[in-house]
Design a protein around this ligand. Structure first.
Ligand code: AGP
Length: 617
């Protein structure tokens, strides 16, 4: 999604801003631009396409200013054109503005501003807001209240705005300052040595400082070359809390891998170790969570769980549902955040809410969280980004601790969510009917997950060969049952999002209720077929596919006995405990999708039309 970078300091701003924009590329965007304050004016450069294009254009200009803004845009209002790219400049030439989010009442404001003589060069809501700031600035009596006219004109404009925003503005009359603000769109201030940075994502500023202030909704920050001050839309001063980012820019590097996605797939054993570190009881029979803000007695009162999320995180919810119902025998409901927020579901009073989001910024999940809280429910979050909106607004939760995930496709954050879902299931089960010994076995199984994932990853060369043989197909089915049905959904999503191949996930037995019509020699089916109670039923589904000439790729456990010749390709995973199986079975579907996408020459880390965190509705 759109990215924001700002710089106020003593060095040339352009290179620092461009480096920040490069680090935000993974979020997905379609154009980029920058504005530098220098020589009493604004130098604005924008390009459609990659930041590389913007860098080339900027290198031809004499940019020497030490204050500036940069932006990567993911189109919402208006097409992908240079005119619509940010920064936008007010028609009086005084202000430049970058903006993430959507101004919902932009059209009424535009009509008002047109009546006041302001003009527009783009189709964007951002240019409307930029001119609204200029309007308030122009009509402000100078020296009236002693406050900054730059800050107060931004504040006044924002009071008229409906929608969401993370914004940063420059004003030619204040050549060493930036004013920024947020509402439902992340914004972080980096506090460096003799410099301040601003970014929508910590990865854009962590190379210069690890000291950050996470702005909250409704807050503005006024940055000068000497200082910064935070206040609210209602003009109340806010004491800043400076946090420290606990990862470095090196951890966000590619480490010899061809893509971030590949690196992140292979990081999963370590990511899982980090996720569970320190989270088991001393007697090794249950899970421990520090941040739930819920006593065991309160947890014991819960008689229903509701999980909300989007995309891959929603698949993690489905696995959590399976494990909590299977082991703890507590009913679980799962909903898409985007549906839950509007469907006004009747809820049981003793329901405990969980939202899952790797980014912590997904707008639908944030809205679902707020809706649940508004109804008086306690909401816990499983999330990977400390300081994210969801982490801050939830009543408690569990951080994933897997480090930054740069590839747009969720991989290590997904398996870490699966692990935490399994740990929540254990925690709740041990408060109910799970025995001490069963708890110990469960914990041992979870502790063994990283090693089993390493063994599954060792199949990578074989999976790469399979991918080469299948990369030319244009339709795929992914089929699984019980806890592996969500992994079938995840396999289909991974494949479609990074390779643009049409793929669908189904519970294997649902095949004959429709999807079987798709089967031919042109549509391979990827079966998740572990040893277990319904292995034979999955084998029957495979036979139905083979009878219709459909190619079969079977992902199966080492000890299962597939009828010879039934599958065209066999990918083995180690046998494992039910709670770990979804994690281990995820590895081959990730690798298969990744290698197929690479084989097809796709931009794996930055797939078209997608964004790492979806901060618009
Ligand atoms: C994952 O590969 C997808 N790109 C996407 O479905 C993602 O899981 C979804 O947008 C939710 O994101 P979140 O975890 O940041 O909330």
């Amino acid at each position: 999604m759109c990215g924001i970078v700002g710089y106020v300091g003593t060095r040339k701003a352009t290179a620092i801003i461009l480096e920040g924009l490069k680090r935000l590329e993974y979020r997905g965007y379609d154009s980029a631009g920058l504005a530098i304050l220098q020589d009493g004016g604004l130098e604005v450069t924008r390009r459609v396409g990659r930041v590389e294009e913007l860098s080339k254009a900027a290198s031809k200009l004499p940019l020497h200013g030490t204050v500036g803004l940069g932006h990567t845009r993911w189109a919402t209002h208006g097409g992908v054109t240079e005119a619509n790219a940010h920064p936008h400049v007010s028609s009086d030439g005084k202000f430049a503005l970058i903006h993430n989010g959507v101004i919902e009442n932009y059209s009424q404001i535009k009509t008002f501003l047109l009546g006041k003589g302001y003009s527009f060069k783009s189709e964007t809501d951002t240019e409307v807001l930029c001119n609204l700031i200029a309007y308030h600035y122009a009509k402000q009596p100078r020296g009236a209240n002693g406050g900054s006219p730059f800050l107060s004109s931004v504040r006044k404009a924002l009071r008229h705005v409906e929608g969401t925003y993370g914004i940063a503005a420059l004003c030619v009359d204040f050549p060493t300052e930036i004013v920024a603000a947020r509402k439902a769109s992340p914004l972080i201030l980096g506090v460096g040595e003799n410099e301040y940075l601003l970014a929508s994502d910590a990865s854009a500023l962590v190379s210069r400082t690890q000291n950050v202030v996470y702005l909250k909704d409704g807050e503005l920050v006024h940055i000068t070359n000497r200082d910064f001050a935070i206040s609210t839309l209602d003009q109340a001063d806010v004491s800043p809390v400076v946090d420290r980012i606990d990862w470095t820019v090196e951890e966000a590097g590619m480490d010899g891998h061809a893509h971030f996605m590949e690196k992140e797939i292979f990081e999963q054993p370590v990511a899982l170790e980090n996720t569970m570190r320190g989270r088991f009881s001393e007697d090794g029979s249950t899970a421990l969570f520090g941040g739930l803000n819920l006593t065991p007695a309160e947890m014991r009162q819960v008689d229903r769980f509701m999980f909300c999320a989007c995309g891959t995180a929603w698949h993690a919810c489905l696995v959590a549902e399976h494990l909590i119902e299977r082991f703890a025998r507590v009913p679980v409901e799962v909903d898409y955040s985007s549906e839950f927020r509007y469907r006004n579901a009747p809820l049981d009073p003793q329901t405990l809410f969980f939202v899952i989001s790797q980014s912590g910024e997904t707008i639908d999940t944030l809205a679902a969280l707020r809706e649940a809280k508004r109804k008086g429910y306690r909401v816990l979050a499983i999330n990977n980004v400390v300081g994210s909106s969801i982490a801050r607004e939830a009543d408690g939760g569990i951080f994933q601790h897997v480090g930054p995930e740069i590839g747009v496709a969720s991989t290590k954050t997904f398996t870490s969510q699966l692990l935490l879902g399994a740990m929540v299931a254990l925690y709740v089960s041990r408060m109910r009917d799970m025995s001490f010994n069963d708890g110990v076995d469960y914990v041992k199984a979870l502790r063994g997950a990283p090693e089993l994932v390493r063994r599954a990853l060792a199949q990578a060369p074989h999976i790469k060969e399979v991918a080469k043989r299948y990369a030319h197909y244009t339709d795929f089915l992914f089929l699984g049952r019980l806890s592996l049905f969500p992994i079938a959904l995840e396999g289909a999503l991974k494949l479609k999002e990074i390779s643009y191949i049409h793929s669908e996930g189904y519970p294997a037995a649902e095949m004959k209720h429709g999807p079987i019509a798709l089967i031919s020699e042109k549509c391979p089916s990827v079966f998740l077929a572990p040893r277990g109670e319904i292995f034979n039923k999955i084998v029957s589904s495979m036979q139905e596919i083979k009878a219709r000439k459909g190619p079969v790729i079977a992902i199966t456990t080492e000890s299962s006995e597939l009828p010879p010749g039934l599958a065209d390709e066999v990918i083995l995973i180690p046998d494992c405990h039910e709670a770990v199986l979804p994690i281990v079975a995820t590895i081959p579907v990730q690798l298969l999708s990744y290698y197929i996408a690479v084989e097809r020459g796709c931009d794996v880390d930055k797939p078209r039309n997608l964004a790492k965190s979806v901060t618009v509705e």
